[in-house]
Design a protein around this ligand. Structure first.
Ligand SMILES: [Zn+2]
Length: 376
């Protein structure tokens, strides 16, 4: 166990990397997928179940937690790890993205954002300084800079002005964060889909200096082709000896493409959210358990999956409990989806370490191209 935050690269294959982030709360194997625990819970999962799927780190949302139950309350109760019974690393976002997507009556100035809570309309303020303070109260291991992410499509001037303000906010975040051994602060690259803005943003962040670097402003509706277009060069603009985190990604094929392009960390609500809407992700792609074809099917979701949903239950049962709106439906499908995502990450890590990533990716796409098992 270490008392410091550090990143070690073990192997590369093309642009892809595998390694480890060591923190006082445990090791994060990279490339890493982080399940999202929005309101201090990964919905429908016990923390020990999330760990059993192979997750080394969770993501918590500053915006949600500051509004309910409140960061000061969580601090009084011993911090977010104790509060939600997860003793491994936690990354918190800055609140910036969700304030723009969820809050009402926003007012954006150089100082920060004032907004009304989407829960009760109460007035709040988020700035680089308040975001750092809230993330400190939560006890986050990896703290994200407060930034602004303009909705795409936006014209280049708007994206440039927003990015430059985010870089000024990055400096203020760095100053407010101070020196906290064992805790990390990540900068966030912005700049939309314009290469010169992305490069300008990377240079500004490197001049400030961070423990890791995120690529923000992607996976916001621009499409996979545009996202991969940015990822073809953006990770290479960031320091090779620090972790690179792609925020809000994604579907399994997005994850594979991002890892091929040099990304080390990702997060997404997809496996847990789709588990609650009857969507399952397997090596053969996506399937919808509510479809009638599963009603009499005694086979598991995936015969080769070792998760509790696949070892203990048939497609027919999963179909039934989804149709009957039983809570176990969301529990089992979320568990399976998180298990599949973590198994995918483990496969990517092993393939990079063995120098076999191209073969792994070809097999990944071939299995998906075959589609789900045919009906009986
Ligand atoms: Zn499974």
């Amino acid at each position: 166990m270490t008392d410091r935050f550090s990143f070690t690269l073990d192997a590369t294959d093309g642009k892809a990397r595998t390694g480890r982030i060591d923190t006082p709360r445990g090791t994060i194997r990279t490339p890493a997928f982080m399940p999202v625990g929005t309101a201090a819970t990964v919905k429908a999962m016990l923390p020990e179940s999330v760990r059993a799927t192979g997750a080394d780190i969770l993501l918590g949302n500053t915006y949600h937690l500051m509004l309910r139950p409140g960061a000061e309350r969580i601090a009084r109760l011993g911090g977010l790890h104790r509060f939600m019974n997860w003793d491994r690393p936690i990354l918190t976002d800055s609140g910036g993205f969700q304030v723009m997507s969820l809050a009402g009556l926003r007012k954006l100035t150089e100082e920060g954002v004032t907004f009304a809570s989407h829960i009760d309309g109460s007035k709040h303020m988020l700035s680089p300084e308040t975001s750092m303070e809230i993330q400190r109260l939560l006890g986050s291991d990896i703290v994200m800079c407060f930034d602004e992410c303009p909705a795409l499509p936006a014209d280049k001037q708007t994206v440039a002005a927003s990015m430059r303000m985010s870089m000024r906010w990055a400096q203020r975040s760095r100053d407010a964060f101070g020196d906290r051994p064992g805790h990390a602060l990540f900068g966030i690259m912005q700049g939309g889909v314009t290469r010169e803005l992305r490069e300008e943003s990377a240079e500004a962040l490197k001049a400030i200096g961070f423990d890791g670097y995120a690529i923000g402003g992607l996976a916001v509706g621009e499409g996979q082709e545009a996202m991969f277009g940015v990822l073809d060069y953006a990770p290479g603009c960031l320091p090779a000896d620090k972790p690179r985190y792609l925020m809000g990604v994604g579907k399994p094929d997005d994850i594979v493409g991002a890892v091929q392009r040099g990304v080390d960390m990702m997060d997404c609500v997809l496996p847990s959210r789709s588990g609650r809407t009857g969507q399952a992700w397997t090596r053969r792609g996506q399937l919808n358990i509510k479809n009638a074809r599963h009603a009499d099917d005694p086979r598991p979701l995936d015969a080769d999956c070792s998760c509790p949903a696949c070892t203990g239950y048939s497609r027919a049962y999963l179909h039934h409990v989804f149709r009957a709106q039983e809570m176990i439906s969301g529990m089992l499908l979320t568990w399976h989806n998180l298990h599949y995502f973590q198994e995918l990450m483990a496969g990517l890590r092993a393939a990079i370490a063995a120098g076999m990533l191209d073969d792994f990716v070809a097999d990944f796409h071939a299995q998906r191209a075959g589609g789900d098992i045919p009906p009986l």
